[in-house]
Design a protein around this ligand. Structure first.
Ligand SMILES: Nc1ncnc2c1ncn2[C@@H]1O[C@H](COP(=O)(O)OP(=O)(O)OP(=O)(O)O)[C@@H](O)[C@H]1O
Ligand SMILES: [Mg+2]
Length: 182
């Protein structure tokens, strides 16, 4: 199997967005994304915008591009939290394996977290997000964040430690216009 295709199969791109490509967006956005993709080392990309403006479409188009050269994983914050917390709470696992659920999110070449605006219900969830972002930060692994909240509100909801790391070497992009769904 071609390497690109193999990595795409593990990228968790939702069915609706499998055909999403960077070329669906304007030249400025394409340029900004290319800058992010070619950056080596720690970087984060924050994509904001109201409902239906194409954040998930863009996130999946980025995943398609990244998969040409690196491993990449698309997830919503909720799905990631569920997965990580399920492992944490699995008493059948030895203490040392409880944190395994977070590993894939920590170590993947580029992690794309959609619907980042959701508030956490427990401190444990917030701490696990910190573990993931901090690991990626320490190991110079890029992260893409997609959200439809304002930046201040978003940074407040994810916690200061996470927000501060993301802010360092952060590229921002705001999608505007009418919802594509209308
Ligand atoms: N540039 C584009 N070209 C073609 N179709 C697009 C483009 N951007 C978005 N779409 C389509 O429009 C619809 C809405 O886009 P998308 O789901 O990415 O919006 P969103 O910003 O993630 O919205 P929400 O905040 O509600 O999650 C989808 O069906 C998507 O495939
Ligand atoms: Mg979306």
């Amino acid at each position: 199997m071609e390497a690109h295709e193999g990595r795409l199969n593990h990228a968790n791109i939702p069915k609706r967005f499998i055909g999403a490509r960077l070329s669906d967006f304007n030249n400025q956005i394409i340029k900004d994304i290319e800058k992010f993709i070619t950056h080596t080392g720690w970087a984060s990309l924050l994509v904001l915008g109201p409902v239906g403006t194409g954040k998930t479409h863009l996130g999946c188009a980025i995943a398609y591009e990244i998969a040409k050269t690196k491993t990449v994983l698309y997830t919503t914050l909720y799905a990631m939290s569920q997965k990580v917390m399920a492992d944490m709470n699995d008493n059948s696992k030895k203490e040392t394996y409880r944190y395994k659920g977070a590993e894939i999110f920590q170590k993947v070449g580029v992690l794309i977290i959609d619907e980042m605006g959701r508030s956490f219900t427990t401190d444990a969830e917030k701490n696990r997000l910190f573990d993931i972002i901090n690991y990626r930060y320490e190991n110079l692994l890029p992260t893409v964040i997609l959200a439809n909240k304002g930046k201040d509100e978003l940074f407040h909801s994810i916690g200061e430690g996470v927000a501060d790391r993301l802010r360092e070497s952060m590229q921002g992009l705001v999608l505007t216009g009418k919802s594509w769904r209308k």
